[in-house]
Design a protein around this ligand. Structure first.
Ligand code: ASP
Length: 352
């Protein structure tokens, strides 16, 4: 159901999916999501903006810890259905998995020309000190495109606008909950919103294409000193596994012991694609910089460059889901930049 507000120039669709921003406390004191209309009670200022806002919510509103690829598809469907009717979109979302959803949406919307801004808050809107008010108002302003039209999926949080597929949640406590370690913020909100135009993606030339399939049959293996062969083997032997992301040390390094490389070889021989992503927040995987990554490079592990784990997970699920019969293509695209998610030029040959 849509709630209509006064008609003005630019139009934004506000999509509520759940999260702290719209939560109330139940009798036990635990936070639970509540219905969309409460956002307007808590934020009457929304009636006074200089653009037109319509709002809607997903059928089921959730704590974002329950996020799934099916929900990503539902969000994408809402945007796709109303794509021509609005100048931009704001998605209110829990912070816990916001960076995953922003990354997923960035891959789903190829040739995006309108802003999709995700935001949320650390304190519920109904609370006096809530950070939600400023986050929503700025996100709406940015999504309205009145100053600049940003053809990207972004996250606005506590005065920064980040590229969605470069963002990571870094604090469960501070209002400054997100960061983008390998790419600067696209805009900063102070007295005015200052955009760094040279960092924003150029307008695409092709037609919008929305792909909503994801293949969930992937795993993330986070390395730690002392990890046992049993654990690594159990993961690579997961029935029907299609992709594996290894979170490695430093610039993409891993144990050089033979049992480890043999386990990866076993996975590769079954057609499982393996992507090497660093555990470091900043910096990139550089295979062959150390001997500790040479074997992985030799056997065909793909280097993830400076991708975040959120973008790696969603990119792998997206590529496997949409090109299920073309592992070579998936392997090739995993190493290329599709939507600005890694520090590498995007060119036509990267096009899916
Ligand atoms: N658990 C909440 C969620 O992600 C936290 C938040 O919204 O900040 O849905």
């Amino acid at each position: 159901m849509m709630h209509q507000m006064e008609t003005r120039h630019n139009k934004v669709l506000l999509i509520y999916t759940g999260g702290t921003i719209g939560m109330v406390q139940d009798e036990s004191g635990a936070l639970q999501p509540f219905a969309m209309e409460r956002i307007y009670d808590a934020l009457p200022l929304l009636h006074r903006t200089e653009y037109h806002i319509d709002s809607c919510q997903l059928e089921k509103i959730i704590d974002s810890s329950n996020m799934t690829p099916e929900f990503w598809a539902d969000i994408a469907t809402k945007i796709e259905e109303h794509y021509d009717d609005y100048d931009g979109f704001v998605v209110l979302h829990g912070t816990d998995t916001m960076a995953y959803t922003a990354s997923a949406l960035s891959f789903m919307f190829k040739n995006l020309t309108k802003p999709i801004v995700l935001t949320g808050s650390q304190l519920p809107l109904g609370m006096l000190r809530s950070d939600g008010r400023e986050n929503i108002i700025c996100a709406l302003e940015i999504a309205s495109g009145r100053q600049l039209q940003i053809p990207e999926v972004t996250i606005f949080f506590e005065s920064h606008l980040y590229r969605g597929n470069r963002s990571t949640k870094v604090s469960a406590e501070n209002f400054d909950a997100f960061s983008s370690f390998n790419y600067p913020s696209l805009a900063t909100a102070g007295i005015k919103i200052s955009y760094k135009e040279h960092l924003i993606m150029p307008f695409p030339e092709g037609k919008l294409k929305v792909r909503k399939k994801f293949d969930r049959r992937i795993a993330v293996l986070k390395l730690f000193p002392g990890i046992t062969p049993e654990v690594v083997r159990a993961i690579v032997r997961t029935p029907d596994l299609q992709g594996l992301i290894i979170e490695t040390f430093g610039s993409g390094n891993a144990p050089t012991e033979s049992w480890f490389i043999e386990a990866l070889e076993e996975a590769l021989s079954k057609g499982i694609l393996i992507l090497n992503v660093t555990q470091c927040k900043a910096g990139a995987v550089q295979m062959r910089q150390y001997q500790a990554s040479c074997d992985m490079d030799r056997i065909g592990v793909i280097g993830g460059h400076d991708i975040t784990i959120e973008a790696a997970v969603t990119k792998m699920m997206y590529l496997l889901g949409n090109f299920p019969n073309d592992k070579d293509k998936v392997r090739d695209r995993l190493g290329k930049c599709l939507r600005g998610e890694i520090s590498m030029d995007i060119n036509d040959s990267n096009d899916e």
